[in-house]
Ligand binder design. Structure first.
Ligand code: 13P
Length: 262
């Protein structure tokens, strides 16, 4: 039986907003959503600030009981030890992070993260009770050479090696050519890949996990195009970059159901 998946709107801040700016931003976002009477059953909201902001965000969210989830943009594959500059999932769990982004294309490209690294990080997230937001996506060259689904499906297959499906999972399909380009995929393109990803999850982790897993689209999402993606049966939300840094735009994306009557 199909499970109802709560849409998930996630803001990946990348390397933007320091901890003071983060406090002001999250407070204002919470006010904007409260003013608009946002129903969190319509869309769960999460922000992914830089590591140095997380303690401040935790303090604010917990003191004011804000209905906003948060997580980190990366996690170490290791739990502790001589890994200069890395952040353990144990530390993120202590900060009440619910989620962690793993395998973003900027990490794969700029930091040469491999599919094996991504898999090790997914396993590390689960060891610490964090829900990984596993990012997959093809480059423009991949698209031309292999078609739309082959590379994202292969990346997800590798990321899920040895993973326990009961520990929670979110997948984000982010075509590299659509990130920060202003040129989003079409809803039909997103649906094609997201449905292939769901079929793979069913194959690897079973139908129940596949029907419960939220699969997001990311890449030049804005208020003007969000509803068209959410109308697709296998797209359950968005991982938003640039537009997540603007409170009006981001809260409008979160309220996609209301402002377009979708
Ligand atoms: P943009 O929304 O800026 O295209 O970024 C998408 C992204 O990379 C989110 O992780």
């Amino acid at each position: 039986m199909a499970v109802k998946r709560t849409p998930f709107i996630a803001g990946n801040w990348k390397m933007n907003l320091d901890h003071l700016q983060a406090i002001a931003f999250v407070q204002k976002l919470a006010w904007a959503l409260a003013d608009a009477k946002h129903d969190f059953a319509d869309a769960e909201v999460a922000v992914f600030p830089p590591f140095t902001d997380l303690r401040s965000v935790q303090t604010l969210v917990s003191a004011d009981s804000l209905p906003i989830a948060y997580g980190a943009q990366d996690v170490s594959a290791h739990d502790s030890g001589a890994y200069t500059g890395e952040i353990s999932g144990a530390f993120l769990a202590q900060l009440d992070c619910r989620y962690v982004i793993i395998g973003h294309s900027e990490r794969r490209t700029l930091h040469h993260e491999t599919d094996a690294d991504v898999n090790a990080k997914v396993l590390a997230a689960h060891r610490h009770g964090l829900v990984p937001v596993v990012c997959v996506g093809e480059t423009a060259d991949d698209l031309e050479a292999h078609g739309p689904s082959a590379v994202p499906v292969a990346q997800l297959r590798a990321a899920l090696e040895g993973v326990d499906g009961s520990k929670g999972l979110v997948v984000a399909y982010e075509p590299v050519w659509a990130i920060g380009s202003g040129q989003a995929a079409t809803p039909a393109q997103a649906e094609q890949v997201c449905s292939a990803l769901r079929a793979l999850i069913a194959e690897l982790l079973g139908d129940e996990v596949a029907s419960a897993t939220r699969i997001l689209y990311g890449g030049s999402v804005k208020a003007a195009n969000i509803a068209s993606f959410l109308r697709e049966p296998n797209v359950d939300g968005a991982l938003v970059g640039g537009a997540s840094l603007d409170i009006d735009e981001f809260s409008s994306i979160v309220r996609f159901k209301k402002h377009v009557g979708a």
